[in-house]
Ligand binder design. Structure first.
Ligand SMILES: Cc1cc2nc3c(=O)[nH]c(=O)nc-3n(C[C@H](O)[C@H](O)[C@H](O)COP(=O)(O)OP(=O)(O)OC[C@H]3O[C@@H](n4cnc5c(N)ncnc54)[C@H](O)[C@@H]3O)c2cc1C
Length: 375
């Protein structure tokens, strides 16, 4: 296993608890040091297709019982997701998605702007046409999930080695033979790539193109705000702009995906430049935000694929290579289901989820043509 974020630790736990011997997780830094500790913690089943909805539902189910299952509190709260819509086309698309979600058992519904404001009292409804509301969605603390999975994996015999970077993977005749690190090599015929935004480099080690690109995403936290509403959604998202917020530490956490952010591994937090982009949007949607001081913030990386959908598959080119990456902004919530899927792939069982949309082979055409676009 390469990578000690939510995906790698979940997979390590699921393999070890299924009785797979000698599970070793290599993390070059601390556990959760990659994107996982940078996530906003949102957990939702509000996707537009049944395959992703199933993974989201599993995330909600497992995180809601995580402490009972693994003995680790993760501060799970089910305060709902509210998507604010101000474009007529988006209202049509979300109305269709809500129908799909309902058919999969997700109790989401469309609401009018007045109800949206009752649900999320800090918003201004200017220009708003409608919203979609999913009361069963929630949030949790990503680092705690990683610690919970890592401890559970260790209890089942997995070894977790930190500060150990995978520098190469040797193969012979299309089959993996060993994983190399500065501290020595591990002989193995199976490797799981759960290296997040750094996954393409792992693929390069064995000649398997993994079309995942790093894109910086930033989050900021305001100073405490007196008289915040007692209940607010786990996430309120202004869909056209991608601006989102939720209460955190007595103030607000807010985020925004800068559409001009270049591809790259830059993880430096640039408050000034980012605020210049997000403030005009935030000022329209949550006017009170403009009056607040910023306490802190951080930058992390989305691991983005050309279609913004994850890759969960076994390689058809290199025997023994498994890949779980490219979640494009929603990997935290997919940790639990991913662990189950990769466990089943490694054990040569048919996963209980439909993973056809997550196959690596769907990119063969774009990779060959060099057309890797950020969506
Ligand atoms: C600002 C922000 C907000 C987000 N909000 C949400 C959210 O609300 N909900 C949600 O579901 N998702 C969210 N995400 C996305 C989520 O954080 C990621 O999709 C998820 O954490 C990916 O987990 P991972 O385990 O694949 O990757 P990571 O957590 O990045 O773990 C990969 C690990 O691999 C290690 N590694 C890489 N190369 C090597 C090597 N050669 N040898 C050894 N180790 C190596 C890295 O050090 C790293 O620790 C957000 C992301 C960001 C940046």
């Amino acid at each position: 296993m390469i990578g000690g974020g939510v995906i790698g630790t979940s997979i390590a736990y699921h393999l070890a608890s299924a009785g797979v011997p000698d599970v070793v997780l290599l993390e070059r830094d601390e556990l959760a040091a990659g994107s996982t500790s940078r996530a906003a913690g949102g957990v939702r089943a509000t996707f537009s297709n049944p395959a992703n909805i199933a993974l989201g539902l599993r995330g909600l189910e497992i995180y809601s019982r995580f402490e009972e299952l693994y003995g680790q509190p993760i501060d799970f709260r089910r305060d709902g997701y509210l998507y604010l819509l101000s474009d007529a086309d988006d209202v049509g698309v979300f109305t269709e998605s809500v129908a799909v979600q309902n058919s999969c058992g997700v109790p989401s519904r469309m609401v009018d702007p007045a109800e949206a404001q009752r649900l999320s009292p800090l918003i201004a409804t200017d220009g708003l046409l409608a919203a979609s509301w999913s009361p069963a969605d929630g949030k949790a603390t990503p680092e705690s999930v990683v610690q919970g999975y890592a401890s559970a994996a260790r209890r089942h015999g997995a070894r977790i080695i930190r500060h150990c970077e995978v520098t190469d993977i040797a193969s012979s005749g299309g089959t993996i033979t060993e994983v190399r690190t500065p501290d020595g090599a591990i002989r193995t015929s199976r490797v799981v790539c759960a290296a997040g935004a750094w996954s393409a480099a792992i693929g390069d080690m064995v000649g398997v193109p993994i079309p995942v690109q790093p894109v910086r995403r930033q989050i900021a936290f305001t100073e405490p705000i007196p008289d915040l509403p007692p209940v607010s959604p786990s996430l309120t998202i202004d869909f056209p702009s991608t601006f989102y917020f939720h209460p955190e530490g007595g103030g607000l956490l807010f985020g925004w995906s800068d559409p001009d952010e270049p591809v790259g591994f830059n993880r430096r937090f640039d408050l000034e430049g980012w605020l210049a982009g997000v403030a005009p949007i935030a000022g329209v949607r949550v006017p009170i935000l403009l009056e607040q001081g910023i306490r802190t913030g951080w930058a992390g990386l989305y691991e983005v694929t050309p279609d913004a959908n994850q890759i969960i598959d076994r390689s058809t080119v290199v025997d023994g290579l498994f890949i779980a990456t490219g979640y494009s902004g929603h990997g935290f919530l997919m940790g639990p289901a991913t662990g189950e899927i990769v466990r089943d792939l490694v054990l040569d069982r048919t996963p209980t989820y439909d993973i056809e949309d997550f196959r690596l082979g769907r990119f063969d055409r774009v990779v060959a043509a060099g057309e890797v676009n950020i969506v």
